[in-house]
Design a protein around this ligand. Sequence first.
Ligand code: MG
Length: 384
Amino acid sequence: MDERADTIAIIVAAGRGERAGLAMPKQFAPLGDRPLFAHSHAALSRHPAIGRVMVVVAPGQDALVDGDAARDVRAIGGAERIDSVRAALEAIAAEGGARRVLIHDAARPFVPAAVVDRLLAALDEKAGDEKAGAVPVLPVVDTLTRENGSAVDRTGLWRIQTPQAFRFDAILDAHRRWPAGEPATDDAGMARRMGYEVTMVEGDAALEKVTGPGDLERAAARLAIETRSAGGFDVHRLEDGEELWLGGVLIPHHQGLSGHSDADVALHAITDAVLGCIAAGDIGTHFPPSDPQWKGARSDRFLRHARSLVEQRGGRVRFVDLTILCEAPKIGPHRAAMQARIAEILALTPDRVSVKATTTERLGFTGRGEGIAAQAMATVELPA
Ligand code: MG
């Protein structure tokens, strides 16, 4: 048996249904440069918290798959969705199990990293009090009516999306105890029926399901992207008796940066660069220094907020380049830690975060050691 994995994502792509107007099961229909399901495969694969992705297809359908996703394809799907999920869970169990599992429908090609963040955070936060799962939901905004014209009260009604996140042992148990032949709508519903508590987190409009050709056209429009880059710059004063936070990392030094928040000049410059890409003002617009709630705040919050604003527009941060200007401390020994930390905050791989440093040849305020400056460039992709 292999070692127990941490987090595995299962993409359920075993459907055989062929809707009017599509030449093949919709999860294999081309969307941009790859099949529909390969988009969520790419998004889940690049999420830093997800160690492995498993794509469940029906026997014979693996011939339809090539490219990056092919290595993750398992032709073990069953007749019904519930059978395919069960087969995937049993396969994981046979390989040593996992701590957490995400279950996703292949028909939802766009998976924002922020939704995965929210699901996993909710799951870990709730693990202590027996919450077994977390599901993304959106409110029902349209008026609902019965055929006879009487309105349906929307209070307490939610639209459930995927991916859904579970503690692996809990969802495996729910599937194993599910009465044979009983139809199931979704995994969260099954977990609840089997006595597990499932918590709700905010979903995302980007997760909408593709069900017919019209939806495919809308999804294709979403793929048209525009790339933007913008810069950011910041300075903070070095003072005695302060901690030195730089690039999200606490650095041992005889002085630290002073400011209203933790004064992490590097994260502030990157935050401004990301905000600049969406013309959304600067860090002071969103977190005014006059507001006492930001006193002593960790600057990763600011950068995370900027990232979420990009994602709310359907975009994502693709790359950042940071230059720190100071005489001391030396940045080299902390470069890898900063790269990893910034990458984590932005849901990027570290090779998409560049950290550079320079002195100013003892010239100016940085040269005299009175402060540290940072400049950053960010690149984002947005729906065109
Ligand atoms: Mg600042």
